[in-house]
Design a protein around this ligand. Structure first.
Ligand SMILES: NC(=O)c1ccc[n+]([C@@H]2O[C@H](COP(=O)([O-])OP(=O)(O)OC[C@H]3O[C@@H](n4cnc5c(N)ncnc54)[C@H](O)[C@@H]3O)[C@@H](O)[C@H]2O)c1
Length: 358
């Protein structure tokens, strides 16, 4: 039986990867210490998801490890000797990082190096997928000429119609503290491929979402937005007239790509992974969509100050992924994503039961 080791296994992406590989007959080793509850408080707690994995996956082994514990990871990887590694543990918030720069860098940059080096010592042949982010491009995408439409910003130059590709520059722009720590991790993952020849890749995520996201105000925009709609909680829109565009990808489609890479790995690659143009929406468009599903008008307040370094319009160009892995494609539409996230919040939180569920 093949073994996969997944860090951040209780989180959105990690848990989806665990379920996917379990269904393929792999033994699953999850590494997660519920640090998300430390970062975001009880609302960010991911224990519920860990318990779900333990209940649903017979072969699931949970390791309550901190990825900052360097020697602990070497020992763990030597004990498990995985056939594949997915590194999805992170401090994931752009905004939170500024108040916890050391915890952010220790987790994102050093934690990734810890994982890469443990893999080099214990399982150098194992495909290694490292989750990165589109924040590695900093706010450089905001330099592109944009056209203002009624409900969204749009690229003025048709050359960007398919979105931002992996060749876009990553330096000399504002990244946020989070974006900078992720740049270090992203380049290090590439380096372990290029320098040591390990089968690594960095996946630069757009908005990754799905029913198992524990969305909070500081991370997981769509999940949080839908939760706010359901609970009739005020949502704050920061700048850009609410027309900022995000491309949204369901965690299942991320897991499918990870599986495709692990089946036929390459060394030192980067891919922009998001929902692409078809799954893009602005905040205003998201409000209208969720109101259609729930019947509740979005309660929101506009703050005329954008989040520092926030993208105005970001769409991932998926062409490199499709060229390298032609069998991969988006299977979950924006409609599917909204409905699933809505249904999940409706069933997850008991106080939502009183509200009408479509
Ligand atoms: N969700 C998104 O929109 C998005 C977008 C771009 C990139 N990404 C990246 O994808 C990856 C996965 O994101 P996600 O949305 O699944 O995040 P998540 O917060 O849902 O899951 C991350 C998990 O890692 C765990 N973790 C954090 N620090 C840890 C530590 N020191 N030791 C052990 N476990 C630890 C947390 O407890 C959590 O369960 C991250 O690298 C993130 O930066 C996510």
């Amino acid at each position: 039986m093949k073994k996969i080791l997944v860090t951040g296994s209780s989180g959105l992406i990690g848990s989806e990867v665990c379920l996917h590989f379990a269904a393929e007959g792999w033994t699953i080793h999850g590494v997660d210490n519920n640090q998300r509850a430390v970062f975001f408080g009880p609302k960010g707690d991911t224990r519920w998801n860990q318990h779900r994995l333990a209940e649903n996956i017979k072969s699931f082994v949970h390791h309550e490890h901190d990825i900052r514990d360097r020697q602990g990871l070497v020992d763990l990887l030597k004990e498990v000797r995985p056939d594949a590694i997915v590194h999805a543990a992170a401090q994931p918030s752009h905004d939170l990082a500024a108040s916890i720069p050391f915890a952010d860098f220790d987790t994102n940059a050093v934690g990734t190096l810890n994982m890469l080096e443990a893999a080099r010592q214990a399982a150098p042949e194992a495909p290694f997928v490292s989750m990165s982010t589109n924040k590695v491009y900093g706010d450089a995408p905001n330099e592109l000429a944009l056209t203002e439409l009624e409900t969204r910003w749009e690229y003025a130059d048709e050359a960007y119609w398919m979105g931002i590709s992996e060749g876009f520059r990553i330096d000399q722009s504002k990244h946020s503290i989070f974006g900078a720590s992720k740049v270090a991790a992203d380049v290090m993952a590439q380096e372990y491929g290029r320098y040591f020849g390990m089968p690594t890749c960095a996946l630069r995520g757009g908005c990754l979402t799905g029913p198992r996201h524990s969305g909070v105000e500081l991370h997981g925009f769509l999940s949080y937005l839908i939760k706010c709609n359901l609970t009739e909680t005020k949502y704050y829109v920061y700048g850009y007239k609410g027309k900022q565009v995000r491309d949204n990808i369901h965690a299942l489609d991320v897991a499918h790509f990870i599986a495709a890479f692990i089946a036929v790995p390459r060394a030192g690659e980067v891919y922009n992974i998001g929902g692409g143009r078809a799954n893009s929406c602005s905040i205003l468009e998201a409000f209208a969509r969720i109101a259609d599903i729930s019947g509740h008008k979005m309660v929101y307040e506009y703050v005329d100050r954008n989040r520092s370094g926030d993208h105005i319009c970001y769409i991932s160009d998926l062409r490199k992924m499709k060229a390298h892995y032609p069998s991969w494609g988006i299977t979950k539409s924006l409609d599917d994503i909204f409905q699933e996230v809505y249904d999940s919040w409706a069933s997850r939180v008991p106080e939502f039961e009183a509200l009408s569920v479509a």
